[in-house]
Design a protein. Structure first.
Length: 102
């Protein structure tokens, strides 16, 4: 027997359209965002919304922890840029800021 399940047979297209219509640019996000696609697919397949939210929260907490650990391990010195008066004047001219009166 074929162990691979035909996922296209499990798609409720009317429910999928309703879900996609609940979001701004839902169809575009469904095509372009893997996370959005997975969430909508889970909801369309009947997953409980709170279980989907819980999974997303756990993933975000895991990412935040990993990023925090990355930052703690970053030993590069901070970069400070000091602009001389000529560069400051160029930026003022470029962005239309008037030179302050002395």
């Amino acid at each position: 027997m074929n162990a691979i399940k035909n996922k296209s047979a499990d798609i409720d297209y009317s429910n999928l359209e309703m879900l996609l219509g609940s979001f701004d640019d839902g169809a575009k996000r469904f095509r372009e965002s893997a996370i959005f696609h997975n969430v909508i697919s889970e909801l369309n397949a009947g997953a409980h919304p709170l279980s989907v939210i819980d999974r997303l929260l756990l993933n975000m907490e895991e990412l935040a922890k990993a990023y925090s650990e990355y930052i703690k391990g970053d030993t590069r010195p901070p970069v400070v840029v000091v602009l001389d008066e000529n560069k400051i004047e160029q930026l003022r001219l470029q962005y239309g800021e008037k030179k302050p009166n002395p």
